[in-house]
Design a protein around this ligand. Structure first.
Ligand code: HEM
Ligand SMILES: *[C@@H]1O[C@H](CO)[C@@H](O)[C@H](O)[C@H]1NC(C)=O
Ligand SMILES: *[C@@H]1O[C@H](CO)[C@@H](O)[C@H](O)[C@H]1NC(C)=O
Ligand SMILES: *[C@@H]1O[C@H](CO)[C@@H](O)[C@H](O)[C@H]1NC(C)=O
Ligand SMILES: *[C@@H]1O[C@H](CO)[C@@H](O)[C@H](O)[C@H]1NC(C)=O
Length: 319
């Protein structure tokens, strides 16, 4: 059997396994009802990234923040409404989560092609995958068939992982969503793209802080004063290339993580996840493969399928 044929066979077997063990989502969920959905989302994301290179990163983060609150059900997309406290106002999202207009524009295109068929949750899952691959990272098959929530949970959104947390508490927040320390480590590699506000990294660069390269700290202090400038931006990975690769892990190994939570994954060689960081820093292929697998697993958190929830017509509002 030729190598490529074997690869296809293995991929098919894997897809089958995922399908049967999951029972609900399927890569061909819209094959009949909306055959062009993947093409529409991809071209929408390509336009958005062309307009603003950071947008890919912003959409990837939106997907993470969606899945960690009530599951991947587009709850983060709901605006405030009577009886509904938007997750957009939670600490980790306020003035920070972005890209809602991009999802609205893609949803409008999808609605034009296939009315009331594709959920906002699936559009977000596809948009995040396309962001990664358009930025030069891996590409994977997205399992589809998620339903949208009719509720949001601002309280749970206020409990999203914070940049000030230690490894123990990050591991336990991921474990609460069924994800391992390895998945926490590889998914954090999304910080290979995008930016952070000064507020989130001030205490890291002003200290006292272990495991930081002092010249890196000095450089970052330039646009993040000890007080003020809370919304000034710095790249999560230096240099910022807007390309999805493994530079993030290389930086962790030399004390150049921007966030305290990032550096928690590598503590000078002695920490429980240090070995994984070394591996991903050395082997970009391993990072690409494991990242894709972990994104699929994250995309399976707290699924609503079948008759649960609804397919929203407007991602910002319950029908
Ligand atoms: C491990 C726990 C995590 C913490 C504490 C964390 C924290 C943060 C913080 C503080 C920012 C900056 C936000 C801002 O300035 O507005 C950020 C940005 C970002 N995060 Fe995370 N994050 C975590 C995990 C993840 C995961 C699992 C993903 C995706 C798989 C992700 C993807 C991103 C991306 C792409 C950005 C850049 C967004 C942009 O530029 O708009 N993060 N994260
Ligand atoms: C990702 O793979 C799909 C097919 O599996 C393809 O249609 C799409 O163009 C790929 N995305 C990118 C950005 O290359
Ligand atoms: C919101 O999430 C919290 C924490 O997971 C949970 O205890 C609470 O019941 C949820 N609230 C609603 C209204 O679902
Ligand atoms: C990590 O943070 C938690 C919660 O703030 C705290 O209870 C715990 O003692 C910390 N663990 C370590 C090892 O610092
Ligand atoms: C910090 O980084 C700089 C620049 O990469 C390097 O020259 C220096 O040796 C590093 N310092 C330490 C203590 O590792």
């Amino acid at each position: 059997m030729a190598a490529s044929t074997r690869l296809v066979a293995i991929a098919g077997l894997l897809a089958l396994l995922v399908c049967t063990s999951n029972g609900q989502l399927s890569p061909s969920f819209y094959a009949k009802s909306c055959p062009n959905v993947e093409q529409i989302v991809l071209s929408g994301m390509a336009d958005a990234i062309k307009k603003e290179p950071r947008m890919g990163a912003s959409i990837i983060r939106l997907f993470f923040h969606d899945c960690f609150v009530q599951g991947c059900d587009a709850s983060i997309l709901l605006d405030n409404a009577p009886g509904l406290a938007s997750e957009k106002d939670a600490v980790s999202n306020k003035n920070s989560a972005r890209g809602f207009e991009v999802i609205d524009a893609i949803k409008a295109q999808v609605e034009k092609a296939c009315r009331a068929t594709v959920s906002c949750a699936d559009i977000l899952a596809l948009s995040a995958r396309d962001s990664v691959s358009l930025l030069g990272g891996s590409n994977w098959t997205v399992l589809l068939g998620r339903r949208d929530s009719t509720t949001a949970n601002q309280t749970e959104a206020n409990n999203l992982p914070s940049p000030f947390e230690n490894l123990t508490s990050l591991v336990s927040k991921f474990a609460a969503k069924g994800l391992t320390a390895q998945e926490l480590t590889v998914l954090s590699g999304a910080h290979t793209v995008g930016f952070s506000v000064c507020f989130a990294f001030r205490t890291r660069v002003w200290g006292p802080e272990p495991n930081i390269n002092i010249s890196f700290a000095m450089a970052r202090r330039q646009n993040c004063p000890a007080s003020g400038g809370d919304t000034n931006l710095a790249p999560l990975t230096t240099p910022n290339t807007n390309r999805f690769g493994n530079q993030y892990f290389k930086n962790l190994m030399v004390g150049r993580a921007l966030l305290h939570s990032d550096q928690e994954l590598f503590k000078g060689g002695a920490g429980p996840t240090d070995g994984m960081v070394r591996r991903y820093g050395k082997d970009g292929g391993a990072f690409a493969r494991d990242f894709a697998a972990a994104m699929v697993r994250m995309g399976n958190i707290g699924l609503k399928t079948g008759n649960q929830g609804e397919v929203r017509l407007d991602c910002r509002k319950v029908n």
